[in-house]
Design a protein around this ligand. Structure first.
Ligand code: IMP
Length: 421
């Protein structure tokens, strides 16, 4: 039987999970998302065509893979339908392939309005959210006011719940934020109409996911990254879900004894989008160069990502928190032309007012100044690229099992087949 595995970003998201999931899903049976919503953005390049997925797991592009949106995900019906239509237009059909938990909470237009109004009010102290309503939706889930997809099945119950919740949202919008209110009837009619377009995909996923795991070959796909975790990240500059292993358990109901391997996705350098501390950030020409070569522009919001050297201290923390078995190091080719490459190995406490950090320590290594693009065999990597990889392995005491050497599916080194080990 094939392994069941999970993938989690080890830093602040955008580590290149989409491509790794896509490659691994060639041999997988199912691909499952467990937290976040359409704040995520996975860019995949297939036959020179770029796909950006926000909500639907990356495995959807493979014919034999079942894609499941687990109960921990918050769902915007508009974003979901847009993605379904984009996939269908490109000849990717979803019958018996896409499954969405009926327990997912719905992101309402008022969640989005509150998210954006709150950010405006915070001004310079804003979180830099994606403005997709993620935080307010999770708030309503936790305070037991939220509306789940299954509520749409009964029109009377749905209308009552929606009215209660949106009256509360509109009160806050009007009286606290001094913003326009949103018409409840328009939202109700819209959601009831659109529900008909997605109802065929809605199921109770809990037992379904465990049954898939009994057959093996399941890839659980995290969104965002470990340092954006609501409990373990750089609070308050985080997202509103558990992006770490605990989110996988609560967001799917999986029996963890069925999951055999955890893969951390780590970019060869670090990036962060949005505000908040970033100890190894390079606010200089080198950071700009990394960003330009790496195309570090957010897939969801189009924002420029902040860039810095690999933060190995965060990587160690991620390995511990997520019980990772190995690492996939992505975008190594972006560092091909640098004379020196550093790794951030330690620092003191972070000041959350100024975001400054004391006692930053780096290891400096020589660059390899040769192209690594498209290399598929570890031994073909330049000597100094291997030195870089092996230095990281030594620091984290964990193997780097996969190395991505370009954006395309076949530009990858797989030292082991993690679905089979
Ligand atoms: P929210 O998830 O929209 O509430 O945003 C909270 C923080 O998480 C902000 O700093 C966002 O930039 C960041 N964030 C949310 N989703 C992603 C992602 O998929 N990649 C990277 N950062 C993200």
């Amino acid at each position: 039987m094939k392994n069941n595995i999970f993938l989690i970003g080890t830093h602040w998201g955008d580590e290149g999970k989409g491509k790794v999931v896509d490659v691994l899903s060639a041999e997988a049976n199912a691909c499952i998302r467990f937290q976040g919503g359409h704040n995520a953005g996975h860019t995949l390049v297939i036959n020179d065509k770029k796909f950006i997925l926000h909500l639907i797991p990356s495995g959807i592009l493979r014919d034999n893979v079942k894609s499941v949106i687990g109960n921990g995900v918050v769902v915007s019906v508009d974003a979901l339908i847009a993605e379904i239509e984009e996939l269908q237009t490109n000849g990717i059909f979803l019958d018996n392939k896409l499954f969405i938990s009926q327990n997912c909470h719905l992101i309402l237009p008022t969640h989005i309005a509150i998210d954006q109004a709150r950010e405006r009010k915070l001004g310079k102290k804003s979180i830099g959210t994606t403005g997709r309503g993620i935080g307010p939706c999770y708030e309503d889930k936790t305070s037991r006011k939220g509306i789940r997809i299954l509520d749409l099945k009964n029109e009377t119950i749905f209308l009552k719940k929606l009215e209660d919740l949106m009256e509360y949202h509109n009160f806050i919008l009007k009286n606290y934020f001094h913003e326009d209110v949103i018409d409840i009837k328009i939202v109700a009619d819209d959601l009831l109409t659109k529900f008909k377009l997605i109802s065929q995909y809605i199921i109770d996923t809990d037992e379904f996911i465990n049954d898939l795991c009994m057959k093996g070959g399941v890839v659980f796909e995290g969104a965002q990254g470990t340092m954006l975790d609501i409990d373990h990240g750089t609070f308050p500059y985080v997202t509103s879900s558990n992006t770490t292993l605990s989110g996988l358990v609560s967001g799917t109901g999986v029996n963890m004894s069925l999951v055999n391997y955890g893969l951390g996705i780590t970019k060869a350098y670090s990036t962060r989008v949005g505000h908040g501390p970033f100890p190894s950030e390079l606010s200089n020409d080198i950071g700009d160069r990394i960003g330009k070569i790496g195309g570090e522009i957010g897939a969801t919001t189009g924002r420029t990502r902040r860039c810095g050297w690999l933060d190995a201290k965060v990587l160690k923390k991620s390995i511990r928190l997520n019980n990772l078995s190995g690492i996939a190091l992505t975008k190594i080719d972006v560092l091909d032309n640098f004379n020196e490459i550093s790794i951030c190995v330690d620092y003191g406490e972070i000041d959350y007012e100024s975001f400054s950090v004391e006692d930053l320590e780096f290891i400096e290594l020589p660059g390899w100044k040769t192209s690594t693009v498209g290399i598929t065999n570890y031994n073909d990597l330049p000597k100094n690229a291997k030195l870089y990889i092996e230095t990281i392995e030594g620091l984290i005491n964990t193997p780097i099992d996969i190395i991505s050497t370009g954006p395309a599916r076949d530009e990858i080194i797989q030292k082991i087949n993690i679905l089979d080990v």
